[in-house]
Design a protein around this ligand. Structure first.
Ligand code: ATP
Length: 355
């Protein structure tokens, strides 16, 4: 069942179009993340869903009801903001009870609901504390409790973990997912962090300059990014190339600065648009000398200009000259900065994409 539908939503701040003609349907119980760089329109889109901002054009439909012109309190939507927006002078209990009291719930029912909600987020026993007596992670959980206490039909979260350190972010990501799954609550989550989006979402809406670039599962977005922008955003390399020959779904391209033609797949490129060779870092084979390893010919010469140890792996940045850069993995930790290397890949793994 569709819980939330955006139909042709546009928002302009003066002449600046922040969100352009967005269509989106979100199923009941789904966790959808709006992902994009700073200024791509994520917050503007979320605020229109919540009723904090009205669209210049288009409709917002929640559970079959047109709520486009309704204020937030009439939409049955719970929102968690980045800065938590807790009432500083109110106890944890009162913060969570606030929305219930506004809805004129009886004292006994408020007590029961606040108790249940604090138990859900693991904060039983913290009722009397003030926000400044809590850690950042605990404050975030109070904000979550406050948003879900009203049993909203949709939960909106705008970069809720932005203020937390990396380790805490990961544990609270799991916590939010657990609560969301338990309550089966339709959730729209905003982040600029691709790892966070991958870890939490059923589907990811990727935005750029007010447009939706892609709506897909995390796996599909990572495996088949639709544009060079999407590819780079999820950590692939996008090297500018010139198409030499193309036959239907595959062809030969020339990487600037290299005389060798390499094979790539993809839809037939349009003549008047630039072409990029897109490849995932784990598909790039790196060797010391030209030759063939594992059936893959290492053809292009490059230099290691960056080496990042991530704990589980080593990520290399390899300069191919003339503006071409590849990212590759070096799980055996064989290479160092400034090493001259040769790179190759399986023809099917390299795609030609256009903006
Ligand atoms: N109140 C405003 N008045 C005018 N322009 C605005 C206003 N709020 C946002 N914008 C502009 O609208 C565009 C989208 O902004 P928005 O805050 O939605 O992006 P975002 O993707 O959420 O960015 P961030 O990740 O930095 O929060 C940007 O170009 C921004 O400068």
């Amino acid at each position: 069942m569709t819980d939330l539908e955006l139909r042709g939503i546009t928002h302009r701040y003066g002449t600046n179009v922040a969100v352009r003609n967005v269509d989106l349907a979100v199923r009941s119980g789904e966790f959808v993340t709006i992902l994009g760089t700073s200024g791509s329109g994520k917050t503007t889109l979320l605020r229109m869903i919540g009723g904090y901002l009205f669209p210049s054009e288009g409709r917002v439909v929640v559970g079959g009801r047109d709520v486009t012109r309704l204020p937030p309190q009439q939409r049955n939507i719970g929102t968690v903001f980045q800065n938590y927006a807790l009432f500083p002078h109110m106890s944890v209990f009162d913060n969570v009870a606030y929305g219930l009291r506004v809805r004129r719930m009886s004292r006994a029912a408020v007590r029961e609901r606040v108790g249940e909600t604090l138990a859900t987020v693991g904060l039983t026993g913290f009722e009397k504390r003030l926000p400044h007596e809590l850690s950042g992670g605990q404050q975030q959980r109070v904000a979550l409790a406050r948003a879900i206490s009203i049993q909203p039909s949709i939960l909106l979260m705008d970069e809720p973990l932005g203020a937390l350190d990396a380790r805490l972010r990961e544990s609270i990501q799991l916590e939010i997912k657990r609560v969301q799954r338990t309550l089966k609550i339709t959730t729209i989550y905003v982040t600029h962090d691709q790892n966070e989006a991958f870890a939490m979402s059923d589907r990811i809406v990727l935005m750029s300059h007010g447009d939706i670039v892609s709506v897909d599962t995390p796996e599909a977005l990572f495996m088949s990014p639709p544009t060079p922008f999407a590819a780079e955003f999820v950590g692939h390399c996008a090297v500018p190339v010139r198409v030499v020959r193309w036959n239907g779904r595959a062809g030969q391209v020339l990487v600037p600065g290299h005389e060798v033609e390499v094979t790539a797949v993809g839809p037939t490129p349009e003549a008047d648009k630039p072409c990029y060779l897109v490849i995932a870092p784990d598909k790039v084979r790196v060797t010391e000398a030209p030759g063939t390893t594992g059936g893959v010919a290492a053809q292009l010469r490059g230099r290691v200009v960056g080496r990042r140890f991530t704990g589980l792996n080593v990520v290399l940045t390899i300069d191919l000259g003339d503006g071409g850069r590849l990212t590759a993995l070096d799980p055996e930790r064989r290479f160092r900065d400034d090493d001259v290397v040769h790179v190759g890949w399986n023809g099917d793994d390299a795609k030609v994409l256009q903006p």
